[in-house]
Design a protein around this ligand. Sequence first.
Ligand code: AMP
Length: 394
Amino acid sequence: MPTKIMSINAGSSSLKFQLFEMPTEKTVAKGLFERLGSQDNAVFSYSFGTAKEKKELNRFSHKEAVDFLLNFLIEKKILSSLEELKGVGHRVAHGGEAFPHSCVIGIQEEAVIDELCQLAPLHNPVNLVGIRSFKEALPGVKQVAVFDTAFHQTMPSKNYIYPIPYDYYTQDGIRKYGFHGTSHQYVGDEAAKALGEQVESLKIISCHLGNGASICAIKNGKSFDTSMGFTPLAGLMMGTRCGDIDPSILTYLQKNKKMTPEDVEAMMNQQSGFLGVSQLSNDSRDILKAASEDNPQARLALDIFTNRVKTTIGAYAAEMGGIDVVIFTAGIGENSAEIRQLCCSDLAFLGIELDENRNQEGQSFIQKDGKSVYVMVIPTNEELKIAQDTFELV
Ligand code: AMP
């Protein structure tokens, strides 16, 4: 008898849902609430079979959106009753060191997720709002947390301890946590399946390149290193985030330009990356177009972005002592042949070389015949991974 599992991703003003039939993994319905908790009316868009709609609702909180959604699913006969729903899986940004795996959320787990708000003040509080709204609406249904950080808990300490006084780790929890773990784990497993190999037997470099971007070295089926750090600001350059920069720049700006910590944080998170360098846009499509029209700053932004991906691939190949598979995923990784090509240029010495046609067509395997490294394009599906973990736990 198939089971229905809901996958939830709650953002500060949004709530994304996808309803799956398990174990078939078929999507039954999916949609998005936007402008929640604001002065504006909420907007609800959904698709169900061939039906697709976008409509304006009243002003809604997250809790009101959840109540609306559950009524809607019954009204449209997408669910015959709420009893059909066997579990709700929630994306939770930060699981700290407490959660190396997904878990059913009891009172204790909820309290720990709450404590971890100090490490992810922008994300964990809204994830909790989603969890509490569903708990209230569906008291008999198990809620599961799937953490962005959990997959990376297997990293060796040499890869997660920062070379600052050790007390900051033991007393304040300052270490590399890494993010996008659900996506890296999902595409790593998919790559192994496609190759007919055990994931444990492969050295994989997963490049999640979207508006947020990170790379993960997967060795023996486990996260071995990753480019995001204590926060999702570290590592690669991103749409509006700077990634790694000399940390002294922060104190220099605070001392010499009288910027406050908040100013510096906003500059690094919202005004940097593609947007900051190009002074045009955070969207790689705009950057690619402007670069093709010889805009020098757009070209520079593209060069910095792709060079950072390339140097990270090189570093992780060295760390793992080799490389079998490179995966490109997320908005940019799945869609831009040009960026994939730029990221892989000059890497022939590592056995990484793309076939131009396969890359242009975005085929699953895009390496040249006879090359030692498989290069793959794999659409990520964090919602499905959340549903898989939830199904397993309930
Ligand atoms: P994500 O964060 O994974 O949803 O990815 C969003 C980003 O993917 C957008 O900001 C775009 O820069 C990028 N993107 C989507 N489609 C394309 C495309 N066809 N070519 C280049 N970049 C794309």
